[in-house]
Design a protein around this ligand. Structure first.
Ligand SMILES: NC(=O)c1ccc[n+]([C@@H]2O[C@H](COP(=O)([O-])OP(=O)(O)OC[C@H]3O[C@@H](n4cnc5c(N)ncnc54)[C@H](O)[C@@H]3O)[C@@H](O)[C@H]2O)c1
Length: 254
């Protein structure tokens, strides 16, 4: 997937922060934003990963800087982002290191569901509060939540708290869209279906998952990045308060 959908200058002069961009979906988003001309702040909990992604972009003469921090540490977020202008904020970090424990809800320790809320809802709230005043001052901005189909449908064991936290984020986004739309700021959610990288190494399982998707394949992180560039661009300014599902047409149900 190499086609360039947008002009390489569509986001020139804009700074984008992508959380959890050291690998997976976040990396694809960071790449696409940088290819569209944005200066990308590559966040991750893992400083080495953030550094590797930023270096790989800079090596291609694109604009990027590693910015490692834990999105759940509010004081650290506030101090790290102080004085930085963030035109495009992509709240991507949403999977705890190791993926989280797949317990049934009744057996899920409170610390596990608290972590999901903290990563997928509270971090979105705090980071948005941190970047919004600058966006309001400049009269333009983009808030983009990376959500999941798990927000809108029941899934298998272990996903309840994650899905509830993502749904909370989508609700926040809808309200922000109405509150801040008149000030030049849009807020949207991209709800992903299964992406390449899940069940890595288990080809049989991947093929089975792909067969259940109408388009017959899992999503690619760079496709998510393309959707983010569209939302972030001036031409994407009419899209506000939406949950856009990138899932190949997966039918909701059990
Ligand atoms: N992969 C999928 O199939 C899929 C499906 C639906 C939604 N999503 C969503 O896409 C987003 C990215 O998922 P992924 O599969 O690429 O995840 P991933 O686990 O591959 O990568 C997540 C990155 O986030 C970082 N991270 C974790 N906790 C952090 C924290 N507290 N602060 C900063 N960084 C942190 C990790 O170090 C890691 O590099 C998530 O919001 C996830 O819910 C993914």
């Amino acid at each position: 997937m190499t086609e360039q959908v947008f002009s390489p200058s569509v986001l020139t002069g804009r700074t984008a922060l992508v959380t959890g961009a050291g690998q997976g979906v976040g990396r694809g988003i960071a790449e696409r934003l940088a290819e569209a001309g944005a200066r990308v702040l590559v966040n991750d909990l893992d400083a080495e990963r953030a550094g590797r992604v930023a270096d790989s972009l800079v090596a291609r003469d694109l604009l990027a800087e590693p910015l490692p921090f834990d999105v759940t540490d509010h004081a650290l977020v506030t101090s790290t982002l102080a004085g930085r202008e963030i035109d495009v904020f992509v709240n991507n970090a949403g999977v705890p290191p190791g993926g989280g424990r797949p317990n049934r809800f009744a057996e899920m320790p409170a610390e596990d569901w608290q972590l999901q809320l903290s990563l997928n809802l509270e971090a979105l709230m705090h980071l948005t509060q941190t970047v919004l005043p600058g966006q309001v001052e400049r009269g333009r901005g983009r808030i983009i939540q990376i959500s999941s189909g798990a927000s809108a449908r029941g899934l298998a064991i272990g996903v309840a708290a994650y899905g509830a936290a993502k749904a909370g984020g989508e609700s926040l986004i809808r309200h922000l869209a109405v509150e801040y739309g008149p000030l030049g700021i849009t807020a949207n959610s991209l709800a992903l279906g299964l992406m390449e990288g899940v069940a890595r190494g288990n080809e049989e399982r991947i093929a089975k998952m792909a067969r259940a998707i109408p388009t017959g394949r899992l999503g690619n992180p760079r496709e998510v990045g393309t959707a983010v560039v569209w939302l972030a661009s001036d031409d994407g300014g009419l899209i506000n308060g939406q949950v856009i599902h990138l899932n190949g047409g997966t039918i909701f149900g059990r």
